[in-house]
Design a binder for this molecule. Structure first.
Ligand SMILES: Nc1ncnc2c1ncn2[C@@H]1O[C@H](COP(=O)(O)OP(=O)(O)OP(=O)(O)O)[C@@H](O)[C@H]1O
Ligand SMILES: [Mg+2]
Length: 312
């Protein structure tokens, strides 16, 4: 991850290529403005394409991911609240399509899907992320969802206990909508909303565990050798630390050897507390497979895997 234009996609491609020499690797572009295909010099789609033995690549169709996410959420809503079948929620969905946060949720869902479908097929998945802000919001979602989930469960418990109290006096509650009868459950085991909340919490808990497990995940920040890039990276790393995310080596891309750049790198090394790997500024844009292959020489495979002692 890193600010726009620093070379995230280029470096992610080079790291994936390095890794693919020893591990079955998938590289995934999550940026709604994809250019991973341009970087490799070959068109990509939502379906993994083999670029060479051991290396597959895909670009997530974010429009489709958002549609899928909304459809799935609508399905769950309808299952939980049977009477919503009678009320038209399609109009409501059209509105939430534009709500803040939807893109983040859809991105996280898509990452989860790719990870679970890739199990057994790939040993490493490299995600090329959108610029820092969106990425941090996506990575913060599990934590935020856990906080919300806990509150919602508490609220739901209160609702159920009130229903139970009323039930004890008046008998079981039912209501009729459009000629159909609906029950109002008072016990957690029978309450679809509570069951959905619990299973959602379990799912989010799994994501959070994977995300914070240094043996399985690692964030690789990419920056340029200047002070603005250093400030941005420092802020991002603070957020990542607060989310307990493992942070790997830092790539300083587009290094041309100038004195100010050397100073910026020395500062970065002390202030960020992570080892730095330099990638030179090339005269020509590193576009196309051979160019990425030569860049990958600067980013040796074993340094970018989770669980590796990167401090050597
Ligand atoms: N080491 C390098 N030397 C020269 N040019 C480079 C180098 N790395 C990347 N570039 C060029 O810099 C530009 C931005 O690179 P890239 O698309 O990888 O950045 P990004 O961080 O992924 O950007 P975005 O935030 O838009 O996704 C591209 O034109 C790319 O070819
Ligand atoms: Mg990019």
């Amino acid at each position: 991850m890193g600010k726009g234009g620093v070379g995230k996609t280029t470096c992610a491609a080079a790291i994936a290529l390095s890794l693919s020499r020893e591990h079955r690797t998938l590289i995934v572009s999550l940026d709604p403005a994809h250019n991973l295909g341009d970087v490799f010099g070959t068109p990509l789609s939502g379906k993994a394409k083999e670029l060479r033995t051991g290396l597959h690549a895909l670009e997530v169709d974010m429009e489709q991911a958002i549609k899928d996410y909304l459809k799935e959420s609508a399905g769950k809503l309808k299952d939980m609240y049977g009477y919503l079948k009678a009320i038209n929620i399609e109009g409501y969905l059209d509105t939430i399509r534009l709500s803040p946060g939807i893109e983040e949720y859809a991105t996280l869902e898509e990452m989860e899907k790719i990870i679970s479908e890739g199990e057994g097929r790939y040993e490493v998945i490299v995600f090329d992320t959108p610029p820092t802000g969106l990425t941090l919001r996506v990575l913060a979602l599990p934590e935020i969802s856990l906080i919300w989930g806990r509150r919602l469960i508490k609220l739901r418990k209160e609702i159920l206990s009130r229903r139970l109290a009323i039930e004890k006096i008046q008998g079981e509650k039912k209501f009729v909508l459009d000629g159909k009868e609906f029950e109002l459950p008072s016990r957690a085991e029978k309450d679809a909303v509570m069951q959905e909340l619990l299973s959602y919490m379990e799912e989010v808990g799994r994501v959070k565990k994977l995300q914070t497990d240094p043996e399985r995940s690692v964030v690789m920040p990419v920056m340029n050798p200047d002070s603005l890039s250093l400030f941005e990276t420092r802020r991002a790393l603070n957020t990542l630390k607060s989310l307990s995310m493992p942070i790997g080596n830092i790539v300083v891309n587009k290094f041309s050897g100038k004195k100010e750049e050397v100073e910026a790198i020395t500062r970065a090394e002390t202030e960020l507390g992570r080892p730095i790997r330099k990638v030179p500024l090339l005269e020509e844009e590193p576009v196309g497979f051979p160019a990425i292959e030569s860049l990958s020489g600067y980013l040796r495979a074993e340094e970018w895997l989770p669980g590796k002692k990167n401090d050597a």
